[in-house]
Design a protein. Sequence first.
Lengths: 111, 116
Amino acid sequence: QKEVEQDPGPLSVPEGAIVSLNCTYSNSAFQYFMWYRQYSRKGPELLMYTYSSGNKEDGRFTAQVDKSSKYISLFIRDSQPSDSATYLCAPNTGTASKLTFGTGTRLQVTL
Amino acid sequence: EPEVTQTPSHQVTQMGQEVILRCVPISNHLYFYWYRQILGQKVEFLVSFYNNEISEKSEIFDDQFSVERPDGSNFTLKIRSTKLEDSAMYFCASRTTGTGAVQPQHFGDGTRLSIL
């Protein structure tokens, strides 16, 4: 079983839609859950992160972690064409430790 | 906003040659990382570096790889004798030590390494 799994997509939605991106993981030691956004030919850019279970909101973005089911979600409200990118979930066991990336979900927001 | 810079953006090298990829981390950061991403695959961890020594490395990071912080600003990844399968995008990341809130890793835009 892979440590972190994501549906690679592509996921195509119309502008203004609510987007739900998801990851599952197998390592119970993961405590910190990062979401990175990667545009074509660019490095991963940190979007937001959560610690342990619960929700965190930042503008149009909400991250959710359910450690009991090992399930991580990122919701994007009022999606914009500029949100078109690959979204990578990347948990780790401690803030200085390595990130374990999922394959990423490619999102396309159409006009 | 401070950023991690990587040079060159694209490196083409003959198989068997040595290559050095360079990174300038964010200035007050003390943890440094290299990751790679083979085309169409996920980003994979290679090595982490703190206090002038390797703190963790993956199975990919074998004897052909080495890292160095030669001065106060650069962080390098050397591949001694490149193989075709080393062709990938290599990302450098850095992180501050800060306490309290989570201090995430910040990534550069990568060096695309092409082995011929």
